[in-house]
Design a protein around this ligand. Structure first.
Ligand code: PBG
Length: 335
């Protein structure tokens, strides 16, 4: 790309193209479109349940009936895709609820696909919400407070993904960050016959303080320790590329960077390096911070949200996962 030399004749005057909205639109390099939006939703058992998440105004744990209503509302506004998280009634040390045939996510997927067949349903594949200890993998029995076992966890993750596909999930999205899980999930999906179910992998998922409010929403706070032995160190960008390369080699169809706003450099490098469909996950605290500042009248919620998502697009994201998806869809219509 050649930059116009400055100070030569004829002088390049950038403001020429900023004179009115039509001109600005004409030369706009990046677009936000409703088709890019994914709305994360939390489902729990019950009927007519809308349990608010304290730190995430406007976000709820929903019973399946309310989930369908919420998804239908977003879908009517143009949001094409949801990402499902489940909160089971009971947790144990092998995350049984994650792959139960009639688990909460499996039930929810069946309902959504029956009542809203056009809606694209992605399921988050992880064990932390279903584990009594809140970790994303199996914990070594003798080493409580210690080791999260990698390879034994893969079987459970693959089982979980297959159970989601059997319920009708359109895509599965592993978020656990165990090594080799994309390969394990792809192999098991293929073995059962779900060769056409794509995998969106949380490929570069960082151990982040920005997940705080989510753990209240998903009731998945680790009971001991933290996730630093499996999620990435915030200091590392080259390693993120290696993580993404591995997931692609193992069969990922879409790769994700998470969180989004504080990791735009990673999004940019991943998109530039691999050219794969790339998703950015604007995580819970990104949402909470905007909500809190807006509630105080300190920022313009709509303008800040749209500008942040545009920045993710500019960095290279094709897919935008955001708790504000329904509002964004509405705002894009009004624009
Ligand atoms: C589960 C999972 C987490 C998020 C998505 N999937 C939490 C975590 O890793 O602790 C975070 C999402 C958010 O903060 O919005 N592994």
């Amino acid at each position: 790309m050649s930059l116009q030399p400055v100070g030569q004749f004829p002088a390049y005057r950038p403001r020429r193209l900023r004179q009115n909205a039509a001109l600005r639109r004409l030369v706009s390099e990046t677009q936000l479109n409703v088709s890019q939006l994914v709305l994360p939703l939390f489902v729990r058992s019950g009927r007519k349940v809308r349990k608010p998440i304290n730190a995430m105004p406007g976000v709820f744990q929903l019973s399946p009936d309310e989930l369908v209503r919420e998804a239908a509302r977003a879908h009517a506004l143009g949001v094409p895709t949801v990402l499902l998280f489940g909160i089971p009634d009971v947790k144990d040390a092998k995350a049984s609820g994650a792959y139960a045939r009639n688990g909460i996510v499996q039930q929810a997927v069946r309902r959504l696909k029956k009542e809203l067949p056009e809606l694209l349903v992605i399921t988050d594949v992880c064990l932390c919400e279903y584990m009594s200890h809140g970790h994303c993998g199996i914990v070594h029995a003798d080493q409580h407070g210690g080791k999260i076992l990698n390879d034994p966890s893969l079987k459970l993750l693959a089982r979980t993904a297959v159970s989601h596909a059997e319920a009708g999930a359109d895509l599965v999205a592993p978020s656990d960050m165990m090594d080799g899980r994309v390969r394990a999930i792809r192999a098991e999906l293929d073995r059962i016959g779900f060769t056409d179910t794509p995998i969106m992998s949380y490929a570069a998922k960082f151990a982040s303080a920005f997940y705080g409010p989510f753990r209240e929403a998903a009731e998945s706070t680790p009971k001991f320790g933290d996730r630093r032995s499996y999620q990435m160190d915030a200091a590392n960008a080259n390693e993120a590329l290696r993580e993404v390369a591995l997931d692609i080699a193992e069969g990922a169809d879409i790769v994700m960077v998470k969180p989004a706003l504080a990791y735009l450099d990673i999004i940019h490098r991943v998109k530039t390096e691999f050219g794969y469909p790339t998703a950015a996950y604007a995580v819970s605290a990104e949402y909470s911070m905007v909500k809190a500042a807006a509630a105080n009248g300190w920022i313009d919620e709509r303008a800040v949200t749209l500008e942040s998502l545009l920045a993710m697009r500019r960095a290279g994201a094709d897919i935008l996962i955001t708790y504000a998806a329904a509002d964004v869809a509405k705002w894009l219509r009004e624009k």
